[in-house]
Design a protein around this ligand. Sequence first.
Ligand code: GDP
Ligand code: MG
Length: 740
Amino acid sequence: MEAKIALAGNPNSGKTTLFNELTGARQHVGNYPGVTVEKKEGSYVHDGYNIHIVDLPGTYSLTAYSLEEVVARDFLVNEKPEAVIDIIDSSNLERNLYLAIQFLEMGIPLCIALNMTDVAEKRGIKINGEKLSTLLGVPVVPTIARTGEGKNDLINAAVKIVQKKRKQSNLEISYGDDLDRTLFEMEEEIRANEFLTDTYQTRWIALKYLENDKQILLKGQESNPSLSAKLEKMVKKVSQHLERTLNTYPEAMIADQRYGYIKSIIKQGVIQQQHDQNRLYTSDKIDQIVTNRFLGPIIMLAILMGLYHFTFTYSEIPVGWLENFFGWLGDVASTHLADGLLKSLLISGIIDGVGGVLGFVPLIMFMFFGIAMLEDSGYLARVAFMLDRIFRLFGLHGSSVMAFIVSGGIAGGCAVPGVMATRTLKSPRERLATLLTVPFMNCGAKLPVFALLIAAFFSKNEAIMMLIITLIAWLGALLVAKLLRITVIKGKSAPFVMELPPYRFPTFKGLAIHTWERTWQYIKKAGTVILGISIILWAMMTFPGLPDSKVQEFEYQREAAKAAAGITIVRESEEVGEETGLSKEVPDLKNRLKVIDLKEAEEGLRNSIAGRLGIALEGISKWAGFDWRTNIALVGGFAAKEVVISALGTAYSLGEVDPEESDSLSEILAKTPGWSPLAALSLIIFTIFYAPCFVTVVMIVRESGSWKWGAFSMAFNTTLAFVLAALVFQIGSAIGILGG
Ligand code: GDP
Ligand code: MG
């Protein structure tokens, strides 16, 4: 039988030596067609196989920067050798792996020769080949080409690859949030148009466009000029973005992330070596402290706590300004507009609804600023690296961590890109378990809900409460993931490697841009989607209104009250002037009238469509301590979680009649009977866990490839949320804590 195997590797890694060792005299030296790069071919008989071996030119990379790189790449793409042996200089592992992972990114059937093990040993470097093999998912064989040691094992491993004919799955490295998103978009275009896909693989083509690879760009422009231009435009856009925010460019970022990937392989115990402290780079020195087994987690918690403290403390003042502003706006509207539907829509629907959401803009901004700092500096990648050990216990991957963080693992993310971020997970099981649990994180929409409840009921311990909520969300997500991995998505874990890019000093400009981009998303959503839903919910909370007989009844009550106070009833036209006179003389009457107004407003809300729904649910929801108003908000929250706030705002504003006291929602909640810290905690728990918002469900269906997982997450999450909230509320009430 015939087999074609190529030898590849960095210059001076020992390719030619190994080639001669294998082929002996049976070799032929020529040139690659059309170029002056030497091509050595030979044959080797092994185990009934007549193996045809080609010695590829030595390269450090596979971008089309040099002739050697183009030749090596073209050979791999056009001749499709059944196996490629990558000869690695063990004494210089980090640099040599850079080429190896580029082969893996191309989906090349690879086998690694850890050559020069004698040199490495002399320098005190010991390499754990088995560990390396597990992490990369390819066979690794130690060799000494000069003496021929290990060459038989090496050929055996290569022949096994040839026999298996197994397709090597492409390695997908995460290139950071910005590039990853652009890559996904480009992949979609490439796939849809079958752009160069008969020769190259989809992600690889996109990556080469990002790397500005002249050869692929030329081929692309020839094959489909308009699509190529479109892709180039996408690259230009993300390049400008990287330039502005991180002061870098795609090729540098890609190289950083590849080295980050290698660094994380090496940090997982592949190299055992006495470190020479003086030779460590700054990044490594920082890592020794920051990812230390004991210090690491402490530093991580301290940083999180610091972030929450910073966010809550410093955002309090501007949040107060905004609350006052919307309160003032409501007062202005209330004094200048005539009573009626329009006034109610403006005040209760729009100002209280959307204003409630916009009021949290400063908090969101502070939080995003802090997160941008952690992300841009490279610290967030370390968090993922450290959490990997814990994640494995729960049947997930270290790379799941990034998806969790994108979804709001620290606070203020969004599950939609979070679900998309799971695409970098190789194993389908871990991926599914991750995308089903990322919606538990504290996304930017849930954050104001928590902030509101914390301000109303836990104002003394804001940062601590936020940390507790975050920990509950993570713990819940991990336990659910474990549950899923031992029931509906059973199966073995695949090994994985994460990227540890070098630390960078974030620039203020970069941070400001990142912060503003995300904040603007939030504001835009409040002004569009949330506004629309607020209006719909307002209508549902206003109509059909009270029947005439009821309105009449309240009117009689008012008259009766006034009559009882000994005042003659005046005509409506004089009422305004007359009432001020009244309140001075008979303060008691004013209060009684207020109570009647309040009752009427509440009756109206109860009788509305949303009110009836909320009341119907009260039979069950009372177990968790939710009244019908909260139910309305929670049902609305399925459309978008911010709506929980805006709907509570509307519900309590429709029930509020005192125009002189425009309390903020958190003040109103704190005063309303039936609410207690315990009820708030129960609502917080429910909000963490219940059905993902509509857009996330759509994304889950798309990414999991089945509507069943979307339905599952809605039903399962809501049930889980309810059981947990009810447990907290019932147990809390029974033992009488938190005012329950
Ligand atoms: P190429 O550029 O990859 O073809 O590398 P060569 O095969 O020309 O090897 C470069 C140098 O490394 C030569 O001097 C070899 O003798 C030496 N060499 C190759 N393999 C080994 C090895 O396993 N151990 C030692 N000590 N030297 C090696
Ligand atoms: Mg050579």
